[in-house]
Write a new protein. Structure first.
Length: 101
């Protein structure tokens, strides 16, 4: 007679596959929703696109303000722009003009 015992399924392979499945599920979850996952990369790309558009708008505004500042500087004075600023900021109106609001 042989000395083999008929026991149930061995515990070692079961634990090995359970551990492998758990690690696989964890790494899959981390690859999709983790700090460097696919969803975070898509969110970062959208945020970068929005910030790039805002940067371009601010650069255009800065260029416009530099132009206006230069046109009102001592070295170059644009009389039309000066007249426009006096009218809008100070509410200046000449005596021969009629204001309609």
């Amino acid at each position: 007679m042989s000395s083999t015992t008929a026991s149930g399924p061995r515990l070692g392979p079961t634990l090995y596959f359970a551990l492998a499945a758990t690690l696989g599920a964890y790494f899959t979850f981390a690859a999709v929703q983790g700090d460097y996952g696919v969803l975070r990369q898509a969110q970062t790309a959208d945020e970068m696109q929005g910030l790039t558009a805002e940067r371009d708008k601010l650069a255009a505004d800065l260029s416009n303000l530099k132009n206006l500042t230069h046109r009102l500087s001592d070295s170059y004075l644009d009389m039309d722009l000066l007249d426009e600023q006096v009218r809008s900021v100070l509410g200046y109106v000449r005596a021969d003009e009629i204001v309609i609001r």
